[in-house]
Design a binder for this molecule. Sequence first.
Ligand code: DLZ
Length: 167
Amino acid sequence: MVAAMASGDERSRVPEGTSGAGLRIGVVRARWNAGTVGRLAEGVSRGLDSLGVTERVECSVPGSFEIPVAAKLLAASGTVDAVVCIGAVIRGETTHYEIVSGECARGVQQAQLDTGVPVLFGVLTVENQAQADARSQPAGGHNVGEEAAVGAVEMALLARSLRELKG
Ligand code: DLZ
């Protein structure tokens, strides 16, 4: 089976004029599949740099299964405006792909719903290394870490403006 990858047109683009100046963004990074995750981390840096984010809090965890608890603790710490999670779960290399990828996704969603702090899912869940490579490209190419970082800035600003509705 060939997994479809979203074309450039289908992928979300950050609204014009978005600035992350003054935001502090947390980054949780899994150490499994370190080469791929390293390229996602480069994408995160590019995305945050491109929007003027200068403050980051970074931590690493053993694997993607551990991402949610670190993301939740970081989000709940009150020190960051949003969290970006990066990891790579590759089916060809794990017999419990569904468990690791499913629990990671579920836990990341739970972390943001429980805390009200946006937690972005920059975790690759793919069939093989070729698909992972296609989604962790250098500057100018498709990089899920970069997309998640840009999304974190957008969501941090949205969360801030929605909280201000309360007055
Ligand atoms: C154990 C495991 C396996 C087989 N595969 C991956 C993977 O492809 N990507 C990943 O991020 N982590 C993997 N892990 C490690 C688990 O996420 C977790 O760290 C261990 O099961 C310990 O809880």
